[in-house]
Design a protein around this ligand. Structure first.
Ligand SMILES: NC(=O)c1ccc[n+]([C@@H]2O[C@H](COP(=O)([O-])OP(=O)(O)OC[C@H]3O[C@@H](n4cnc5c(N)ncnc54)[C@H](OP(=O)(O)O)[C@@H]3O)[C@@H](O)[C@H]2O)c1
Length: 360
């Protein structure tokens, strides 16, 4: 058995560690990770590992463990041993797992639909990451959709939240929305939702030269341009920016170009995590961090969990269906294969139409 670890001091370095056999205690279950997705979102978990405590979910084993971290991944796992009255062997789970063969969990607050992992080291981490779906109890559950669900559901749930943020703030008074890192799955999920919304302003996708053709081909944006051409955006129109990139050079040029017409920037992602950081030209007072779990918690309180679930599931079903036209699932064989492509994921060298899935 192995687990995939990342060097906290240099995120491009990884290692595979052989792990000893797991022994469970009373109240615990042992799950075998079956498959998981891996995208730029997982690299962001590593970049924010200390700041947002992503390293805390799955403590690493092996020598010099304090220098290494385990990047959480979204995927499916099966219960293979149980000392819990609430979960039996054979249960299939969807949720947050380590890129490893197995995980010991402590089920609590178990309902037919889901449960929380009450492992002590996860107790004060955001609840949304500690909840697991018991998929065998879902009436429409179909294994054939597993790859798409773990690749897109979490990202498109964020797309839904961003659409909700824009809409419920009356588009921040904007006549155009600029989405940066337009080829990412979270961005395309948002673009599909805006395209279907008659009230939404004009939507511009900004991307790198090499992804221009792909972003144009999916026809989700009203217009598409490369980072080099961003100064051709009309600066006379009030504008809202959704930024998945954290490319401060692009942001600073865009803010400077738009001036007072830059009405609001939502800082969502860090796909360009390895670009040098600068602050000159960025309008900080109208730039706001976005954290999907907080938005979800707040809207569940306001709308009720059922209504939030109904709206978000309807949105994500639609955006996932549209993504089927171009998304090519690339199944990798185990964590060794993940280690082989990890550097390419860090460097942004995975084709934008690819969805990496690791099958254990
Ligand atoms: N705040 C939140 O709560 C939240 C929730 C979900 C996702 N997110 C964030 O949204 C972002 C998108 O995630 P995703 O999984 O949807 O991404 P993805 O589909 O894997 O995106 C791939 C794209 O990201 C860009 N990219 C990736 N690595 C790069 C690199 N090293 N250098 C330059 N460009 C690079 C490229 O787009 P371009 O060429 O178009 O730039 C590439 O086509 C992530 O940062 C993720 O963490 C945030």
């Amino acid at each position: 058995m192995q687990e995939f670890q990342t060097n906290k001091g240099d995120l491009t370095q990884s290692r595979l560690i052989d792990t000893p056999a797991n022994i469970i205690n009373q109240g615990e279950v042992l799950v075998k990770v079956d498959r998981f997705a891996f995208t730029a979102n997982n690299i962001t978990y590593a970049v924010m590992g200390d700041h947002l405590r992503y390293w805390q979910f799955f403590p690493p084993s092996g020598d010099n463990a304090e220098q290494w971290g385990i990047i959480p991944v979204w995927g499916f796992a099966d219960v293979i041993e149980s000392s819990s009255d609430a979960l039996a062997v054979g249960e299939r789970l969807f949720g947050y797992f380590p890129p490893a063969n197995e995980l010991i969990m402590t089920p609590s607050k178990v309902t037919p639909a889901n449960f929380m992992d009450a492992s002590a080291h996860r107790a004060d981490l955001p609840a949304g990451y500690n909840i697991y779906n018991r998929v065998n109890n879902e009436p429409a559950y179909d294994r054939a959709n597993d790859n798409e669900r773990m690749l897109l559901f979490v990202l498109h749930l964020t797309s839904y939240c961003l659409h909700d943020l824009l809409e419920s703030n009356d588009w921040f008074g904007a006549e155009q929305v600029v989405i940066i890192s337009a080829s990412s799955k979270t961005s395309t999920g948002l673009a599909y939702g805006l395209a279907d919304d008659d009230r939404a302003p004009h939507v511009i996708g900004l991307t790198s030269e090499r992804n221009l053709e792909f972003v144009n081909s999916i026809k989700a944006y009203d217009s598409v341009m490369s980072y080099e051409k961003l100064e051709t955006i009309d600066p006379n129109k009030p504008t809202v920016i959704i930024d998945m990139s954290a490319n401060t050079d692009v942001l600073s040029r865009l803010h400077t170009h738009l001036g007072d017409n830059m009405r609001y920037t939502s800082n969502v992602g860090l796909t360009h995590w390895d670009e040098p950081r600068q602050v000159d030209g960025i309008i900080q007072q109208r730039s706001h961090q976005f954290f999907a779990p907080s938005h979800i918690q707040q809207r569940m309180k306001e709308l009720g969990a059922d209504e939030f679930g109904k709206r978000s599931v309807s949105y994500t079903k639609n955006s996932a269906a549209k993504s089927r036209a171009w998304l090519k699932i690339n199944e990798l064989d185990g964590v060794k294969s993940l280690a082989d492509v990890y550097q390419d994921v860090c460097d942004g060298n995975i084709a934008a139409n690819q969805g990496l899935v690791v099958v254990m």
